[in-house]
Design a binder for this molecule. Structure first.
Ligand SMILES: [Zn+2]
Length: 145
């Protein structure tokens, strides 16, 4: 599955010249809705082959919106055939195959290999690199695995 995701990321970047998940959604005809989802839910994706809609909690800051959108886009691309509601709780406790795939997509979309292995990161901890790149640490760990 990782190879399929890697290939898709390369294709998307080549075709649309962006790694921004909001721009990609627009290009792919995926609707984004901002809703008040309370305190514990970051967003969700209702998997359906047609009418793809990503729901994002309006209470999130810009940074969290970006990575929630990117994660949900992963579900939209790879899990639409499954009839599952992907609900993102902000506890990050539930980990399954599909969540890991969506995170792996999100990490790969955001990061490219050259910026991870460049000299400017040598000697830095994962925490420091994550802070430098403005990326959630779980995603960076996934990418470095
Ligand atoms: Zn998810």
């Amino acid at each position: 599955m990782k190879k399929i995701i890697d290939k898709k990321v390369t294709q998307l970047k080549m075709k649309y010249h962006t790694k921004n998940p909001f721009e990609l959604c627009e290009n792919l005809g995926i609707e984004i809705l901002y809703e008040n989802l309370g305190k514990n839910i970051n967003g969700f994706y209702q998997a359906a082959p047609r009418n793809k809609v990503i729901h994002i909690n309006i209470n999130l800051d810009e940074y969290s919106r970006y990575f929630t959108c990117s994660h949900e886009l992963g579900h939209a691309l790879f899990h639409s055939k499954l009839n599952i509601l992907f609900l993102e709780k902000n506890t990050h406790i539930i980990k399954n195959k599909y969540e890991n795939e969506a995170n792996y997509f999100s990490a790969n979309l955001y990061l490219s290999d050259e910026n991870l292995y460049s000299d400017k990161f040598s000697g830095m901890t994962i925490e420091q690199i994550a802070a430098q790149l403005h990326i959630p640490i779980e995603l960076l760990k996934l990418k470095l695995k």
